[in-house]
Design a binder for this molecule. Structure first.
Ligand code: PNS
Length: 161
């Protein structure tokens, strides 16, 4: 049976930290589906389509990575994709409690699906999409934090050069 993992998130926008987790995950699993949550309660900077396009562009060299989106419960989406794993990055202790709760509820909903955590590369341990947006909003450089296409997209959103 092929091992298929879903790597879920908001990806608003994708950062080098996300990319590190996706790339490493793609070495372990036969297929990784990067799934963008279409969360109607949140006011994202990028639309789902824009987030997916940025992910597609930045993962185009990873042949076993697909990009998709989902609504509702993650576990329902994982089952629909015939996936057997969820992969998540852990940056710091502060991520742990929330992720533990998520992994526990997902296991309760379906104990056949396993959650795998990867420690984020140290150099990205402080990095988040929110931090990137905060920095870009004030027109400071984000080239070390996000792929080039994302930097360009942020420039357009916040209208700076
Ligand atoms: O990048 P984020 O915003 O930290 O990603 C969070 C995400 C999308 C992984 C999480 O919010 C999620 O799985 N949402 C789907 C709803 C769900 O299944 N919740 C858990 C059971 S209540």
């Amino acid at each position: 049976m092929a091992s298929i993992a879903v790597c879920p998130g908001s990806f608003d926008p994708v950062t080098l930290g996300h990319l590190d987790i996706i790339t490493r995950g793609a070495k372990v699993f036969d297929k990784v589906i990067v799934a963008v949550l279409n969360n109607r309660n949140k006011q994202p900077l990028f639309t789902v389509e824009e987030r997916m396009e940025l992910l597609r562009e930045t993962t185009k060299d990873l042949k076993n990575v697909e990009v998709d989106h989902f609504n509702g419960l993650l576990i329902d989406y994982v089952k629909k994709q015939n996936a057997n794993a969820i992969i998540k990055g852990l940056r710091a202790v502060s991520d742990f409690e929330y992720e533990l709760q998520m992994a526990a509820i997902n296991r309760k909903l379906d104990e056949e699906v396993e959650t795998f955590f990867m420690m984020t590369n140290n150099k990205y341990s402080y990095l988040s999409s929110s931090i990137v947006k905060e920095v870009a909003k004030y027109q400071a450089p984000v080239g070390d934090l996000v792929p080039e296409v994302v930097e360009e997209a942020l420039r357009k959103k916040y209208a700076f050069s």
